[in-house]
Design a protein around this ligand. Sequence first.
Ligand code: G16
Length: 547
Amino acid sequence: MSLSVDTISAAADQHPKPAHLHFQYGTAGFRTLGSTLDSVMFRVGILAALRSKKLDGKTIGVMVTASHNPEPDNGVKLVDPRGEMLEASWEVHATVLANAATTPEFLEALEALVKTARIDLAKPARVVYGRDTRPSGPALVAALEDGLNAIGGVESRNAGVTTTPILHYLVRATNTKGSKDSYGEDTSEGYYDKISTAFKKLVSGKAALPPLVIDCANGVGAQATIEFSKILGDKLQLIPVNDDTTTPGALNNACGADFVKTSQKLPPSLSSVLKPGQRACSLDGDADRLIYYYLDERGSFHMLDGDKIAALVAAFIVELVKNAGLEEQIRVGIVQTAYANGGSTKYLAERLPVKCVSTGVKHLHHAAEHYDVGVYFEANGHGTVLFSSETTTILSEHQPSTPAQSTALNHLVNLTQLINQTVGDALSDMLLVEVVLAHKSYSGQEWDSLYVDLPNRLVKVVVANRHIFKTEDAERRLVSPPGLQAKIDELVRRYEAGRSFVRPSGTEDVVRVYAEAMVKAQADELAFRVAGLVYDETGGDPAQRPS
Ligand code: G16
């Protein structure tokens, strides 16, 4: 069987690649201005079908989202059969296909891919796709569908407007349906039901926590929050704010997890809602990130980011494993990135194995798979917990010898159902945090006091070409441009508890600079001085220099 070249060619002509644009499958797929992505979407439709054929007709996911990015951006990423990110070698194929300049070149690239990846075109292809609430979404989904139709014979399913983690769940649930590894019913109802049932079991008998304010970033997380709110009822009262998904420009604007993490401030829209002592959380635009915070009695803002979530959750799981009598058999480990606060790394490394990997969920996810229970969170609030299949078997076969062991074991089993193990999931993570707070009777303040964050600052630098920045050692050091790392080292030495690193973003056209130090003013100063070095290196306009 061969590709239906004429059909693909005619359809591809309707989705020409914009000249002079280069697309890159980055940290979270293709991500750039939505208005430039039509050809990419069409080509991704064809690529998704080929990926499915390569994997013997397993269902592949396609998510159309730009997550935390501004509303005019959009993006697309592929989801592999177990709900994980696309295999790295196929990221390269995606980039090659997206950049073929003309229809004949695109066809040539397609044929080369079929040959080199040894794809049997006679195999079936199954694809499930969804999108977030961005206005550019419907047209981009239509282009994706054109790609699916052009290759022909694809069994496709439109999951509609959905959160990224639900799409990942659907992929895994579809592929495991009817098997011993069944992940749940392959519908969004199945997702809500699985998670909320586990939540109710886990908080049974515990005093209900005070209501939780949820900043939905004016994105699709509002939809999921409302669903959970209906199902959970008085088990957990949820108060959604920033749930406006129709006003143009509202998405992620002065709200959402990225705003809170980057500015280390309360979204202005919450200032009249949140009372001293009350806890709240922010989702991002596609509900795969979560940041908590609270106001103390004096009304001061305190952030509980991905690092704090990791510490809270890991300590809880370690305690349950011990109480279940399984500490010799189940090893809990942590995965972080260079953005993890030095305070968190110190606290965790004194208790558990900790590994540092490059930014991007795929890196954290793979590293976490090496532990029996792998807890991974990026400081930006993106993360989850993975239970290995051996651990799941141990949990199902272990015979507890006391009622206390039995209770702890049940809690662990329910956690495996509560947690969306395919990818970071803000809503599932939020319910996980709420379970731990309910079990420990912690307020935000008590949770916060597990360890003290070092003051830190994140700065974005707009440069002419971010691709000249290359890193090593899990992005903690620059190898290019040559000589720049030595200048950063020299600066860092001057600050007590100073640490700083520079890396090109994979989702925005910027270079990111992170710095921390013993005192806030010093962390800010260090970040801006390093940002200045970065700017000078690329020969930018002195008027635009970060200061
Ligand atoms: C995506 C990735 C995250 C990453 C973030 C920022 O998040 O899934 O792993 O931390 O981008 O990446 P970068 O610093 O390379 O721009 P999201 O929530 O935008 O999908």
